[in-house]
Design a protein. Structure first.
Length: 367
């Protein structure tokens, strides 16, 4: 499934390259040489953003920054509908105006634009007048262009640019803006696939925790904010027995309950992932091993005091209405990670130790 998502992302990026080659041809038809250069530059900037190893939200913000810089736009806002609510993904307007900006789809003045997919240009005509969607903020913007955004004929939000001057966009080439809008849509389409890929590749479907891929990617960026951290790996040693003697569903329930009790016990600032199979990793960023030894012992005790109800999965001949519980058993090992060294080497060392350790071992081992 991950390979398929990666393939889709590569195809989309390739398609974007071809699309922008066609755009470059169209740009040549512009009468103003400055518009030609500007449009080609913005296309290149957009392509650079697509290739950057940053988060989805960071890409959208960078796209917006490019628009503001390249076209000297006073205000630019990109709003995306995620299926449940409209969210401001990028905006250089004071946050006190965000409630207005993220609800523009409800304004009568823009409804025909959303329906027809055509941009809507509005401006004030005289002093003291305000734009129809503005409440008490009419001094901020006096002209605006609203662009509805569609991906594969599905409405996904809008882009609005504003100016503090009336008629600010009267002489702006609409062909250029159409190209900009199409590039925004192409970027959002690509980002949409990246977002899907991130969710598939970095989130474990049973526990909801991040996976090892996250640990070595974005997680490591968080960890490397500190010169030294403690890496703790633990393994549910009787998970295989649970899977064999009862069923895999009982094992999955054990995984979830163990992961939840640990998650509720540690700070959200620490990276916590399902590493592989019955193994989990916690990275205590900026913390010495001695400082977390007692805490880890407490977590081990919490886990081993758990009684996971697997009655509905049990197939053994038991008395009617008799409950069946299992108690997970865990081994822990810790090591130190220094910024700039190999995090993979640390986790591999811990993994090798836990795979060969006695299942009945009861200490917190420092490797």
């Amino acid at each position: 499934m991950v390979i398929g998502a990666i393939t889709i992302l590569v195809v989309i990026i390739f398609a974007l390259v071809i699309y922008n080659a066609l755009i470059a041809k169209k740009v040549k038809s512009f009468s103003n040489i400055n518009d030609q250069v500007k449009s080609l530059n913005i296309v290149q900037d957009f392509m650079n953003v697509v290739g950057e190893d940053i988060t989805v939200d960071e890409k959208i913000k960078k796209v917006n920054d490019i628009l503001i810089r390249r076209y000297n736009i006073k205000y630019s806002t990109i709003v995306v509908f995620n299926g449940a609510e409209y969210m401001i993904k990028a905006c250089n307007v004071d946050s006190k105006h965000w409630d207005t900006l993220k609800n523009l789809h409800t304004e009568e003045i823009f409804k025909d634009s959303i329906t027809s997919t055509a941009p809507k240009y509005i401006t004030v005509e005289k002093e003291g007048e305000r734009l129809p969607y503005q409440k008490m903020e009419f001094e901020r913007a006096k002209s605006a262009i609203f662009f509805p955004l569609y991906i594969d004929n599905i409405y996904i939000g809008y882009w609005i640019i504003e100016s503090g001057e009336p008629h600010a966009f009267d002489n702006l080439d609409t062909n250029v803006l159409e190209i900009v809008r199409e590039n925004i849509i192409a970027i959002l389409k690509t980002i949409n696939y990246q977002n899907t890929l991130e969710n598939i590749a970095r989130t474990d479907k049973f526990t909801g925790l991040y996976s090892a891929e996250y640990l070595y990617g974005k997680g490591k960026q968080t960890i490397d904010k500190y010169p030294k951290s403690t890496v703790c790996m633990f393994k549910i040693t009787n998970l295989e027995e649970i899977n064999k003697e009862i069923c895999r569903e009982a094992g999955n329930k054990t995984l979830v309950e163990v992961s939840n009790i640990v998650k509720s016990s540690i700070s959200s600032e620490y990276v916590y992932v399902r590493y592989m199979g019955p193994k989990f990793v916690i990275v205590f960023s900026g913390v010495e091993p001695e400082a977390v030894t007692g805490f880890i012992k407490d977590i081990k005790n919490y886990i081993e005091e758990l009684q996971v109800d697997v009655t509905r999965f049990a197939t053994t001949k038991s008395k009617k209405n008799e409950k069946k519980f299992i108690k997970p058993k865990v081994n822990f090992a810790t090591s130190v990670y220094y910024k700039g060294t190999g995090l993979e080497e640390v986790t591999k060392k811990l993994e090798e130790y836990l795979d060969t350790a006695d299942k009945k071992e009861n200490d917190i081992n420092y490797i």
